[in-house]
Design a binder for this molecule. Structure first.
Ligand code: NAD
Ligand code: G3P
Length: 308
């Protein structure tokens, strides 16, 4: 029998970590990056699974390039990107589904700081798809004694958990940078989760998905780790650096900055209340200082504790 071949698009921190996991499980892995030695055709040709770990800004262009190549009808697409497209507000899942409407698309998302995974520390993740068989195939590829993979049937919810938490992670970095304490951080994360649920359910995701690994799980990992680039953005803003300075020195992609702008725009259009996102947005636009953002959150109207 022919061995299963995995094509991984994007040789950044996350694409490389996922390539390591699949290689360690004995799969044949081909890694592609723009400017790399292999052509896209060489990498995706005859691949059973094509996984994208491209930054949000490159997803549509890469998907269009792949569309122009001969791909088997059976090929499963996996998306591991966490972001929103500025022009359309689409998620990466929606882009891959739009470009490949007859293929199974699986979302891979969870509390997965790539540096920890490259250090072989244990972690868990979720693979979600409308096709249970496709999700199970991807589960098999990445599961190991150090990486526990769960399947899920709410791909949009799983993806939005990983995407929306990046905005709250920026706020968590601000909270720690200003040394606001553990009570404040717990309140921020809890109310941040409610904000994620409110947006996600409005956009068609299942509420319970946000209480799983890709929602609460990824929120906890990202809001509590200096390894998170999004957390670093908030932390360094609170320490007085400008966004331009921070982004010039950060290693890799902090998707939360762009996600905040797109989320704010769509929440406004749809009249969804997103007070934490609004303050992160005003902060990255330099409309408020970190202290003013905190003040504005604290003096809002009194109200009951709603959970959506
Ligand atoms: N690093 C992590 O811990 C981690 C974990 C889970 C998910 N993610 C998500 O995975 C995605 C990638 O993150 P990363 O940490 O690997 O980022 P990275 O900056 O290290 O790598 C990004 C990759 O995308 C490619 N890319 C960017 N723009 C492109 C374009 N226009 N055309 C083609 N390729 C392009 C880059 O060349 C690079 O290979 C992000 O959406 C991130 O949120 C990252
Ligand atoms: O470094 P960040 O902030 O992109 O976080 C990485 C992953 O999303 C954690 O799961």
């Amino acid at each position: 029998m022919r061995e299963t071949t995995i094509a991984i698009l994007g040789a950044g921190a996350w694409g490389s970590a996922l390539a390591t996991l699949a290689s360690e499980n004995g799969y044949s892995v081909r890694l592609w990056s723009r400017g790399g030695a292999k052509t896209l055709l060489e990498v995706v040709e005859d691949a059973d699974i094509i996984l994208s770990a491209i930054s949000m800004k490159g997803v549509r262009a890469v998907a269009a390039q792949v569309q122009s190549l001969p791909i088997s009808k059976e090929t499963i697409f996996v998306t591991a990107t966490k972001g929103l497209e500025p022009e359309t507000t689409s998620t990466p899942l929606q882009i891959w589904q739009e470009v490949f409407p007859t293929h199974a698309v699986v979302v891979l998302c969870g509390p997965n700081l790539s540096k920890e995974i490259q250090m072989s520390l244990p972690a868990a993740t979720v693979v979600a798809s409308e096709s249970a068989a496709a999700a199970q195939s991807v589960q098999l590829v990445f599961s190991s004694h150090r990486f526990r993979v769960y399947t899920n049937s709410d791909p949009l919810g799983v993806e939005l958990g990983g995407t929306l938490k990046n905005v709250i992670a920026i706020a968590a970095g601000v909270c720690d940078g200003l040394q606001l304490g553990t009570n404040a951080k717990a309140a921020l994360i809890t109310r941040g989760l409610t904000e994620m649920v409110r947006v996600g359910v409005h956009w068609g995701a299942k509420m319970e998905t946000f209480y799983g690994l890709s929602g609460l799980g990824d929120l906890l990992a990202t809001c509590n780790s200096p390894l998170s680039r999004n957390y670093q953005v908030g932390y360094q803003l609170a320490c007085g650096k400008t966004l331009t300075e921070i982004l010039a020195h950060i290693e890799g992609t902090a998707e939360g900055v762009n996600t905040t702008v797109v989320l704010m725009q769509r929440a406004k259009q749809q009249n969804i209340s997103v007070p934490i996102t609004e303050q992160v947005y005003r902060l990255i636009q330099s409309e408020v200082t970190p202290r003013q953002a905190l003040e504005e959150l604290m003096v809002r109207d009194m109200k009951p504790e709603h959970f959506i």
